[in-house]
Design a protein around this ligand. Structure first.
Ligand code: SAM
Length: 362
């Protein structure tokens, strides 16, 4: 009787927090807010959790409808000058085979993607000096002149303002740069000393000022992440107001300094997707490859928790295995652009339709 009563109380408190989040898009101020967030992240109350996901899904439906946007991901280089402790393509990892796609190979990926119905191409890669600004601009202008109805998203890390401006002028529409963590101390534990959170944040501000649709984000369950650092991530996103947020579980890669660390969980990632949706209702929110990697139905579960974007892989099959950010990364089946029909079927099974559309921020 008593435990039923406590459960009922907890359910009621959760519903109040979630309803308030739906209206105010923020937790209470100060320590109280942190406690509310912690409760959403740790509760075992099934009714409360169902309510959180339902509200998040309804919010996305109200703005975007029962539609899922697709982006064709082209991982065009795995060379990187950085040494992020978590990342499998870090400079010091000499156990991976490095590759770069040529200008023509990248255009070929777009050609294939266009036929499949993709209207956004995401060019992602390590920070690779071989791809000078001129090379990137020339790729962008060719994509835009061949496919004027498509959007191009860049995800190539920290650059100067001038470079960002040049890419934008050459046709880039969007830019994804995860902030990784909004907490200074945590940032230092994930990155070598030559990298800084201040620079990451400055890049993000510049991208927005230039006119990009800008995306930030972080890994769920990255080493040394705490309730406090996660809360700071939410506060940062609340201020930054990104057009896109990329979150997915951290997954260890054995040849990195974090190779023995624990992976982030499906449950926490889903809760955070829902919270982010309620805090920033219009955000474009992918159910990421990492989510699909830790769970067979990660993609679908991400959508039911409030995600509205999926990003199948358009890179040539022979290089996919080398873009090894983490172990066991999936790149076949629904994860591959060739699996678009299967992906489409999976989405319709849960009541959603994949569309041929640029899928801009509304
Ligand atoms: N170099 C670009 C950048 O820094 O934004 C883009 C490539 S980077 C590999 C893309 C994202 O992969 C990072 O922002 C990071 O969050 C994610 N990532 C790297 N290693 C990961 C891991 N072990 N598990 C999950 N995600 C990871």
């Amino acid at each position: 009787m008593n435990s039923e009563k406590t459960e009922g109380n907890e359910r009621q408190i959760l519903i109040e927090i979630i309803d308030k989040l739906c209206v105010e898009h923020m937790f209470k101020k100060g320590r109280e807010g942190e406690k509310e967030f912690e409760m959403l992240l740790t509760t075992q109350n099934e009714d409360g959790l169902r309510y959180l996901k339902r509200k998040a899904r309804e919010t996305a439906d109200r703005i975007y409808g029962k539609i899922i946007y697709i982006r064709g991901l082209i991982e065009f280089t795995n060379y990187c000058k950085n040494n992020c402790f978590y990342c499998g393509i870090r400079k010091d990892n000499n156990r991976i085979q490095r590759y770069r796609l040529s200008h023509d190979q990248i255009l070929e990926c777009c050609h294939k993607g266009y036929e499949f119905g993709f209207r956004t191409f995401v060019l992602q890669g390590g920070e690779d000096a071989y791809f000078t600004d001129d090379k990137i601009c020339s790729i962008l202008s060719d994509i835009k002149s061949n496919y004027p109805d498509c959007a191009v998203t860049l995800s190539i890390g920290e650059k100067s303002r001038e470079s960002y401006q040049a890419f934008f002028d050459a046709g880039a529409d969007r830019y994804l740069l995860r902030h990784e963590t909004a907490n200074e101390e945590h940032y230092k534990k994930l990155h070598p000393s030559e990298m800084s959170l201040a620079n990451r944040k400055q890049c993000l501000s510049q991208l927005k000022e230039i006119g990009y649709q800008a995306g930030c984000g972080f890994m769920v369950g990255s080493p040394y992440q705490t309730m406090q650092t996660l809360y700071e991530d939410l506060i940062f996103m609340r201020e930054f107001q990104p057009h896109m947020v990329g979150i997915g579980p951290f997954i260890p890669q054995k040849d990195t300094p974090f190779g023995e660390q624990k992976a982030g969980t499906l449950d926490r990632t889903l809760r955070l997707l829902s919270i982010i949706r309620l805090m920033n209702p219009h955000v474009l929110l992918p159910a990421t490859t990492a989510l699909g990697t830790i769970h067979l139905r990660g993609r679908e579960l991400g959508v039911t928790a409030g995600a509205n974007v999926v990003m199948p892989n358009l890179s040539p099959a022979k290089v996919r295995d080398n873009y090894k950010l983490y172990d066991n990364k999936i790149y076949t089946g629904v994860e591959a652009a060739e699996g678009i029909t299967e992906l489409s079927n999976k989405m319709s099974e849960i009541g959603y339709q994949i569309v041929t559309d640029r899928g801009d921020f509304r």
